[in-house]
Design a protein around this ligand. Structure first.
Ligand code: KIV
Ligand code: ZN
Length: 514
């Protein structure tokens, strides 16, 4: 059993989260998220899978060097090559952790690994011994653990703890478990792994049946001491257990759960928005805790109750998760100082140079829009700061459209700092814009999805466009925001192309196979 009241929060947004289709991030973006996760108070950040690609290795190394207190984990298959590569990437971290894994279910061993159980056992032991010779912070995961023979699972766990593992992780890799069953499995492992007191038992659940949070909470109730989670629940397929759901369940129901976490809950919402902005993965409005409707009361009877006492229909306060109501905000006459102070309240720390960029954009926007809200400011930060060093950028765009003309777009872009311009027609203004951009950039991506929505209320709201592009089998998301929706569409397309460019030289990591 885990007797410690504090549950260890292991965040894998940058590793399993990045395995969401189209969610690949570049190094600067990963560093920005890692810094935010440290401020949020997560205990361990799984920064990536260094052996999977050079981009992954470089990003993990940069995060390991930069962060000041959080443990940094590198995922490694149970091979000498992966473990040495992973260690090299994290060894400069304040507290580096090697996380090595091998599958233990019959299905995976027989068909994927084509190995006998005793071969898997000895490979697991060998790998953990190697990892433990490099650091005393070693995690071992039994991939597809929830579908493994419980006796074999305990045999492997006992052996890897003897070999030096300090955390053993039980993943529900394919999101197959049911809470009562998972609870029994966790109890079984605790009871039948004789040296379990020498390690922390962790769980890692996927959400294929929508049960990841329920399974993780059941495991906490049964004695798990670490939970593996992602922001907004992003991750492979239907995603992982979401950090915000676990933390707020423990926080909102202290009489039911006696465990706590080290998370600063007021940073949950800003972190969720940051991850959504960087990955381009939108948050569904009815999503628990962080969705736009999570604290919105539509029915009159509810509104009445909330006005009399918010606790009638609100089990949590929006402020507890960092949703500020002072959306008043800033206008044309607000100065740089006021903007910076507000940026801090919504969870961002910008350098002087970054603030200068955002302030310039803010003034431009304030000329067009009367009241500037938090979402507008976040979008300015996204456009101005989070997208540094890109191959393609937009200088200007002019579009002619209407029901009596041929829609035509003329554009000037920069390609690696070199100006190029051109004009062309299309079936509509966006088609015209996308035609000329793909001609100028000499790219042939396919537009798989295009969505547009208003960032805030009001007819002067900024338009927010998200696109999904595909080229040579690689998909990427792009996002753009601007009061002019055609410009927003152009920015989203250019952002998607920049992401594709990045992915061409840093291919997304492949499915882990041994
Ligand atoms: O889902 C899974 O099994 C994993 C492991 C690598 C921990 O992501
Ligand atoms: Zn996983």
């Amino acid at each position: 059993m885990n007797d410690d009241k504090k549950i260890i929060i292991f965040d894998t947004t940058l590793r399993d989260g990045e395995q969401s289709p189209g969610a690949s991030m570049n190094q600067a973006e990963k560093l920005r998220i890692a810094t935010q996760l440290e401020a949020l108070g997560v205990d361990v950040i799984e920064a990536g899978f260094p052996a999977a690609s050079q981009g992954d290795y470089d990003a993990v190394k940069a995060i390991a060097k930069t962060l000041k207190k959080t443990q940094i984990a590198a995922l490694c298959r149970a091979t000498k090559h992966d473990i040495l590569r992973g260690w090299d990437a994290i060894k400069e971290a304040v507290n580096p952790r090697i996380h090595t894994f091998i599958a233990t279910s019959e299905l995976h061993m027989k068909y994927k690994l084509q190995m006998e159980p005793d071969q898997v056992l000895s490979q697991a032991i060998k790998s953990v011994k190697l990892a433990a010779s490099l650091t005393d912070n070693v995690e071992f995961s039994a991939e597809d653990g929830s579908r493994s023979d419980p006796n074999f699972l305990c045999q492997v766990f006992e052996a890897v703890i003897d070999a030096g593992a300090t955390t053993i992780n039980l993943p529900d890799t394919v999101g197959y478990a049911i809470p009562e069953e998972f609870e029994q499995l966790v109890k079984y492992v605790i009871k039948n792994t004789p040296n379990i007191d020498k390690a922390i038992l962790s769980v890692h659940c996927h959400n294929d049946l929508g049960l990841a949070t329920a399974n993780t909470l059941a495991a906490i109730q049964s004695g798990a001491g670490q939970v593996e989670v992602t922001i907004n629940g992003i991750g492979e397929r239907a995603g992982n257990t979401s950090l915000e759901e676990i933390v707020m369940s423990l926080n909102t129901r202290p009489n039911f759960f006696s465990q706590t976490t080290g998370i600063d809950t007021t940073r949950i919402y800003p972190t969720s928005r940051l991850v959504s902005m960087i990955t381009g993965i939108l948050i569904q409005p009815n999503r628990a805790i962080v969705g736009a409707n999570a604290f919105a009361h539509e029915a009159g009877i509810h509104q009445d109750g909330v006005l009399k006492n918010p606790m009638t229909y609100e089990i949590m306060k929006p402020e507890t998760v960092g949703i500020t109501k002072n959306n008043l905000v800033l206008g044309k006459h607000s100065g740089r100082h006021a903007l910076n102070a507000h940026i801090k309240t919504i969870g961002y720390e910008l350098s002087d140079d970054e603030l200068n960029i955002v302030f310039k954009k803010f003034k431009n926007l304030a000329d067009k829009k009367k009241s500037i809200q938090d979402e507008d400011i976040e979008a300015l930060i996204n456009e101005g700061v989070l997208r540094s060093s890109e191959v393609f950028s937009l200088e200007y765009i002019h579009v002619l459209s209407g029901n009596t003309v041929f829609p035509t777009a003329s554009i000037q872009l920069y390609i690696n700092g070199r100006p190029v311009q051109g004009a062309t027609e299309g079936s509509g203004p966006i088609d015209a814009v996308y035609n000329i951009i793909s001609k100028l950039t000499d790219t042939k991506s396919e537009l798989l999805r295009f969505t547009i929505s208003a960032l805030t209320e009001g007819t002067d709201a900024q338009g927010e466009v998200t696109v999904r592009l595909k080229e040579d089998g690689i998909t990427a998301l792009g996002k753009g925001t601007d009061p002019d929706i055609i410009t927003a569409a152009a920015l989203a397309y250019i952002n998607g192309l920049n992401r594709l460019e990045y992915l061409k030289s840093n291919p997304p990591r492949e499915q882990p196979l041994l």
